[in-house]
Design a protein around this ligand. Structure first.
Ligand SMILES: [Zn+2]
Length: 462
């Protein structure tokens, strides 16, 4: 019996699909204006795992993850790079696809793009205007009237009056209420624009997810996921738009994954601890190390990224592959082990517990190998591979995996830069044990550091 924590209500609930045997699931995807970072990797991996486990549990799953390919950030970045906004979006979609493949993610069943759903966006906006739930403001923006939707704030548990009084700054933008948000905005000269009943313009961000989820999954579906930072206002606004336009229930279960912290600090460009997925993957023995690291924490809690944690994930994964090495083929997984695995995963996708079950299977496998018990070793290996197939781990040839060394001794400049960034972050966090460890790792690879006054570090090859 699968239980999922529902952000709407804040409880673990027994999962009951709307249509028996079928799950329809929508996840807010990437705004494509840069390479994806570790926070994205976590969100992508968490919901990849959710859909894998739902399929393993026997559901027919329709998994939709959108791409935001029109947005202020895309327009601003494209202008800065003197590139067309659509070329920039296309370039980062391709980069995202490469990174997703390296992360071992399965393709969503549908990957709609905002710019391909402008018609639906306009239709929903028209419906909301017709019902008096949206209006054209003085500056030409079409805004959602939050006061017309009494359930606003239910998902995030925010006190709407507090928000209202704290946000009065934007009243002069022609808003009737400071909480009203943009559905459609007129384009400025030179900006991408589509024709609409309100003149040439483009959609606001929130409306695209209402339009795309409704188009592919219908107005009422089972699971909506995203990072915790999207709960408010993005998901709150999606509920207001979709329920406002359709008068049906929108989503049964809201799932939100926790943040990634770097050496116990918030990840941000200003703290110089901002890592792209591709930079980190380039420093690892194998991208699977990243997946194991991300699944080692429960999806709802924060996860702390540090070199030490990655090293530990690397060691753990080596242990699994050593157990599988020279294990006899054939055999069937142990029913008892799979039952434990399902029990862990049925408890709100408890991956740390599921990995503990896998560790137990690896220990049994090692013991059976040591005692020369062929049948027990076969069953242990089969159990481990079966669990790994759901988690997206342990599917490589163990001999190939174990031959692969760390990239020490031949660190590329980019790898060294990543380690130096991590070391700087560790020093700022006064984690000198970690900073020394990184220095030693670099020294072992023949890279010598010289710390300069003012915090800068120079490096050279020995
Ligand atoms: Zn969204």
């Amino acid at each position: 019996m699968l239980k999922i924590h529902n952000s709407l209500g804040g409880q673990k609930e027994v999962f009951v699909p709307i249509r028996p045997g079928e799950v329809r699931m929508y996840v807010c995807g990437i705004t494509v204006y840069d390479y994806i970072h570790l926070g994205h990797a976590r969100m992508l991996s968490v919901f990849d795992l959710v859909q894998r486990y739902l399929r393993y549990s026997g559901y027919r799953v329709t998994f939709v993850r959108n791409i935001t390919d029109i947005d202020d950030k895309i327009i601003t970045r494209a202008a800065a790079l003197k590139e067309s906004w659509s070329d920039l979006a296309e370039r980062f979609i391709e980069a995202m696809n490469v990174d997703c493949e390296r992360l071992g993610l399965q393709q969503p069943d549908h990957e709609p793009r905002a710019t391909q759903h402008i018609t639906q966006i306009i239709e929903i906006t028209q419906a909301l205007v017709a019902k008096g739930m949206a209006y054209v403001a003085g500056n030409g923006d079409v805004l959602f009237a939050v006061r017309k939707f009494p359930a606003y704030g239910l998902l995030s548990g925010k006190d709407i009056e507090d928000l209202r009084s704290g946000a009065r700054v934007q009243v002069d933008a022609g808003k009737n209420d400071p909480l009203d948000f943009v559905l459609w905005k007129p384009a400025k000269p030179g900006e991408p624009a589509w024709d609409s009943p309100w003149g040439a313009g483009r959609p606001g961000w929130h409306i695209e997810c209402s339009a795309m989820s409704m188009q592919v999954l219908g107005p009422h579906f089972d699971i909506h996921g995203g990072g915790m930072d999207l709960k408010f206002p993005h998901h709150e606004n999606e509920i207001a738009q979709s329920c406002g336009a359709c008068d049906t229930k929108f989503v049964n279960v809201w799932m939100h994954n926790g943040f990634v912290r770097i050496n116990d600090e918030k990840m941000s460009k200003s703290l110089h601890n901002f890592f792209t997925v591709r930079d980190v993957l380039d420093t690892l023995r194998d991208p699977e190390v990243m997946r194991l690291f991300l699944l080692s924490s429960h999806y709802r809690g924060p996860i702390n990224y540090s070199q030490a944690q990655l090293d530990q994930a690397d060691e753990t994964l080596l242990g699994f592959y050593r157990a599988l090495q020279d294990a006899p083929a054939g055999g069937t997984p142990s029913a008892a082990v799979l039952a434990q695995f399902r029990e862990a995963m049925d408890d709100d996708f408890n991956t740390p517990e599921a990995l503990a079950v896998a560790q137990g299977a690896a220990r049994e496998l090692n013991a059976a190998k040591a005692r020369g018990e062929e049948a027990a070793a076969q069953a242990g290996a089969a159990s481990l591979r079966a669990i790994g197939a759901v988690l997206g781990l342990f599917q490589q040839d163990p001999h190939d995996y174990l031959k692969r060394g760390l990239k020490s001794g031949s660190l590329a400049d980019a790898d060294i830069d990543v380690l130096l960034k991590q070391r700087r972050a560790a020093r700022q966090a006064r984690d000198f044990a970690l900073s020394d460890k990184i220095r030693d790792q670099l020294a072992a690879a023949g890279v010598l550091l010289e710390d300069k006054p003012g915090g800068a570090t120079q490096w050279r090859r020995a």
